[in-house]
Design a protein around this ligand. Structure first.
Ligand code: NAG
Ligand code: NAG
Ligand code: NAG
Length: 511
């Protein structure tokens, strides 16, 4: 077991000294926040000349690391100016599917002038964690098989000579704590106008330690951003031993492994052959390939929390595979999520119905109507301005599917036999949907066509829009146009599957 490393983000990251509460502290250093250069220069006037000098020295080193980073991954992304030396390249991370640390997928914009946000619902995945307990044997076994070889061919395999598997399991990592903290900070910054005190928030977490710890760190980040004027707490922790709207559970549902195996059989054989040729006697099989590839994201996110720079934190397992192979790994994760709790599974979306019905209750300020997983004995206040729920990726994918987000459309379902060509725009991309610390944010808007600032506006009444990881969701199913805004009534009408308690799918989970 590696030594669990944790430092309090508030102590670890120095807060910007004066009056610059509009940006989070530079904890992003460890979490890959990329800031555009213009953003960066707008900071300068707020600081003294000494600080400017320090920044210049920092910039010099930054340039050095940027060049090294650019050389190691040729990312086509125009935002790939790394402002922090220990962030992985965006391109590399994205290929890690649900094991990607959080990164914003789009750019948040405030609502149009005639609309004001009056309620926010955040459904948030826990932050980066160690490998899940159930997956540990797969990873460990693959590593042990590979390292059992007597000789290794190739410089990229050199590290295997005396490599030992040392990753922990299940718990939140320091990186996950920082990203949760930062999410809390951002939530305050974005929605500060909505919250005057603790009673304006209601926060729940599913009861696994990593989820509860994510909630705790989020509340601390939120409090820090408010300069401790608001100190939210986790109001309710929901047991995973019973039906729980923040955790997926459907004993009769498939887990997507048939489709995953199909895809593995398409891309893994050449890798099996290559590794067995380079590490004679290791007897690597296809399942081991998946285990070894998983070591790259996990070892990297573990090391990223221990203060190493990105290039040092990046696991040597990453270099055992080509970029095309990483694309195949990413696709494996897309396939997994689609057929596990996504629309590719007849009993997938049902696992997101409970949260969806709770969301409808909050949006309409009326008691929950759900006969799936909502537990009526738990506290469930209405009329709050901000609701925050901490959950898991599979429950979130199920919720997206229940609501109708990321609808790949006819012919757009991930085909486990064939990966679409790189140029093709894909709707169903796991790293866009459920990276670590992922968040789905449903904003309720009150709009007034008579608003002075917006004389042309025609909108009046209650509306919603949904963001997933800062990407605006199109919501065409309830009549939204480019701005993603739907009338609340139309949204409620569009949620028939949830409102009908899943048309009997919930019962099918058990009988
Ligand atoms: C933040 O997360 C860490 C785990 O990385 C945990 O030990 C700590 O208790 C959490 N903090 C709070 C306030 O929950
Ligand atoms: C509701 O939650 C309580 C507390 O966790 C639990 O004891 C009870 O069994 C749950 N009810 C149902 C119907 O799951
Ligand atoms: C969830 O609810 C179903 C249907 O009422 C029940 O059969 C099942 O045992 C419950 N699951 C848990 C974990 O309590």
């Amino acid at each position: 077991m590696s030594t669990p490393y944790y430092t309090d983000p508030e102590k670890n990251f120095s807060l910007p000294s004066v009056g610059s509460r509009t940006q989070p502290p530079e904890q992003s250093g460890r979490i890959s926040a990329r800031r555009s250069l213009s953003d960066f220069s707008s900071w300068i006037p707020k600081y003294s000349w000494r600080t400017v000098f320090c920044l210049l020295v920092f910039a010099y080193y930054l340039g050095f690391f940027t060049i090294r980073t650019v050389l190691s991954f040729k990312s086509p992304h125009k935002y790939d100016v790394q402002t922090s030396q220990n962030s992985f390249s965006e391109k590399m991370q994205k290929l890690w599917g649900p094991y990607a640390p959080y990164y914003p997928v789009g750019e948040y914009v405030p609502p149009p002038l005639e609309c004001k946000i009056n309620q926010v619902n955040i459904l948030q995945r826990h932050g980066a964690r160690y490998p899940a307990l159930l997956d540990v044997p797969v990873y460990r076994n693959a590593v042990e098989k590979l390292t059992s070889a007597k000789k290794f061919k190739g410089a990229n395999m050199h590290f295997l000579k005396d490599y030992k598997y040392t990753l922990g399991e299940d718990d939140l990592l320091p990186l996950g704590a920082s990203q949760s903290w930062e999410a809390g900070w951002h939530a305050y910054e974005r929605y500060r106008g909505l919250v005057g005190g603790e009673d304006d928030l209601f926060i729940r977490a599913s009861d696994l330690p990593r989820v509860v710890d994510s909630a705790g760190n989020w509340t601390r980040g939120f409090a820090a951003a408010s300069q401790k004027s608001i100190r939210p707490v986790t109001d309710d922790v929901l047991s995973e031993e019973v039906n729980n709207t923040l955790n997926n559970d459907c004993p009769n549902a498939d887990d997507g492994s048939a489709q995953m195996d199909t895809w593995l059989q398409q891309f893994a054989p050449p890798i099996v052959a290559r590794l067995n040729a380079a590490a004679r006697g290791a007897n690597i099989d296809m399942k081991d390939v998946y285990g070894l590839m998983s070591m790259c994201p996990f070892e990297s996110i573990v090391k990223a929390g221990s203060g190493l720079s990105a290039l040092d934190a990046q696991s040597p397992f990453c270099d055992l595979f080509s970029e095309d192979e990483w694309r195949a790994f990413e696709y494996h994760e897309d396939v997994k999520k689609y057929y596990k709790t996504g629309p590719g599974n007849t009993l997938g979306p049902v696992q997101g119905v409970g949260y969806t019905n709770e969301l409808l209750a909050r949006l309409t300020d009326s008691p929950v109507r759900d006969h799936t997983t909502h537990n009526a004995t738990r506290p469930f206040p209405l009329g709050r301005a901000m609701y925050v729920d901490f959950s898991h990726e599979n429950a979130m994918v199920a919720t997206y599917a229940a609501i109708g987000l990321f609808d790949a459309g006819v012919g757009g379902a991930p085909d486990p036999h064939r990966m679409p060509p790189e140029e093709e725009e894909r709707v169903w991309v796991a790293s866009h949907m459920v990276p670590f610390s992922a968040r789905m944010v449903t904003e309720r808007l009150e709009c007034m066509s008579g608003a002075q600032e917006a004389v042309d506006a025609v909108r009046e009444g209650t509306f919603i829009r949904i963001w997933v990881n800062d990407a605006l969701q199109p919501l065409r199913f309830c009549g939204a146009n480019e701005d993603g805004i739907c009338a609340l009534d139309a949204f409620v009408d569009s949620q028939g599957y949830a409102r009908r308690d899943s048309d009997g799918d919930f019962e099918r989970c058990y009988t």
